[in-house]
Design a protein around this ligand. Structure first.
Ligand code: NAD
Ligand code: UDP
Length: 334
């Protein structure tokens, strides 16, 4: 049985679908702070399987113990956490509490219950301002620029130290690049609350006429068209990366770190152009100042995951944008 914390969230829900498709038994823990119980129904509809879930907080030792007592959990995939960079600047306590103390609480209860395999959702944000591109797992980490990024960096450090002191405890750190896209059914996808911070959710709201104009943050970066470059990865590829990490854990090391990216970078303008081409919808955008804390370019070298996990992203930017638009246009039907 695999415990998926945050399994009703964006990346978690797609990963649960893939786990169920691969015949893993799954139990979800989520407090729905950034998702809704209806996501569980949709996962059940997509997979035609029943899911066991607990509504609760990873900070709550009681619910964790209940889960470990009631279920034969072998592995935990830990998505539960807060993820907004801008909110983290206003509520740093909440970010450190959920993302760092939440992870520590979970690990403590895992060890007490003899559950020794953890996959942790980390982020390319731990690389801070990249010193070289593409980013490999051995690149320098730290010098994060906001409490969200620092909470991921601290959680990584903490898990690294725990894994070196407890050789029975296996940790896999997955550093995601920029997740985009939705399940091709259009039943699950990303639903940020309020005004989105991230590029694609903002863009789709502008395309639907719910927001007026997309600001392109920075047009004077040293890139081919002056706008920032990112490694956008389809959420279904990311989901499959978790299944690969679960299945192909390296027994010779109890700490493994992988970039989950495509290895290709696209500029913000290239993404907007691709969206317009695929959907036939014009996006109202304007070139604006750089956003504080942003870096010019960030993309992965994903070869370690390819070599060790046998995983690589197969979906294109066009696939991501097509699936996002399909989700935007069908989600109200479900
Ligand atoms: P999300 O907000 O959609 O999903 C997180 C889920 O965890 C939500 O369902 C939320 O209700 C739940 N949750 C939050 N705090 C909880 C708590 N204390 N107890 C129980 N449940 C809790 O986010 P996501 O995009 O699916 O991200 C999943 C993980 O991946 C997060 O840890 C995030 O930091 C990390 N990550 C996300 C991105 C991204 O761009 N989406 C990039 C890199 C890393
Ligand atoms: N971006 C933008 N306008 C927006 C949101 C983002 O131009 O409204 C740019 C941002 O400057 C970066 C890229 O899009 O170059 C990806 O930003 P996002 O916030 O989606 O992810 P990040 O890479 O910051 O984690």
């Amino acid at each position: 049985m695999i415990l998926v914390t945050g399994g009703a969230g964006y990346i978690g829900s797609h990963t649960v679908v893939e786990l169920l498709n691969e015949n893993y038994d799954v139990v979800i823990l989520d407090n729905f702070v950034n998702s809704s119980p209806s996501v569980i129904d949709k996962i059940e509809l997509i997979t035609n399987k029943k899911i066991k879930f607990y509504e609760g907080n990873v900070l709550d030792r009681k619910v964790l113990n209940e889960i470990f007592n009631d279920n034969e959990v072998s592995d935990v995939i830990h998505f539960a956490g807060l993820k907004s960079v801008s909110e983290s600047l206003i509520k740093p306590y909440d970010y450190y509490n959920n993302n760092v103390t939440g992870t520590l609480t979970l690990v403590n209860e895992m060890v007490l219950n003899n559950v020794n395999n953890l996959i942790f959702s980390s982020s390319a944000t731990v690389y801070g301002k990249p010193q070289e591109i593409p980013l490999t797992e051995s690149c320098h980490i730290g010098e994060t620029t906001n409490p969200y990024g620092t909470s991921k960096f601290v959680a990584e450090k903490m898990l690294t130290d725990i894994s070196s002191a407890n050789l029975k405890f296996n940790v896999t750190l997955l550093r995601y690049f920029n997740p985009v896209g939705a399940h091709p059914s259009g039943m699950i996808g990303e639903s940020p609350k309020g005004i989105p911070n991230n590029l694609v959710p903002y863009l789709t709201k502008v395309a639907r006429g719910q927001l007026e104009c997309l600001s392109v943050f920075g047009s004077d970066y040293p890139t081919k068209d002056g706008t920032g470059i990112r490694d956008f990865i389809h959420v279904m590829d990311l989901a499959m990366g978790h299944v690969a990490a679960l299945r192909n854990r390296k027994p010779e090391r109890n700490l493994n770190i992988y970039n989950l990216g495509t290895g290709k970078g696209y500029t913000v303008l290239e993404l907007i152009n691709a969206f317009e081409r695929i959907t036939g919808v014009k996006v109202n955008y304007r070139l604006s100042d750089r956003r504080d804390g942003d870096i010019a370019e960030c993309w992965s070298d994903p070869s370690l995951a390819r070599n060790e996990l046998g995983w690589e992203a197969s979906r294109s930017l066009d696939d991501m944008l097509r699936d996002v638009w399909n989700w935007e246009n069908t989600k109200s039907n479900y």
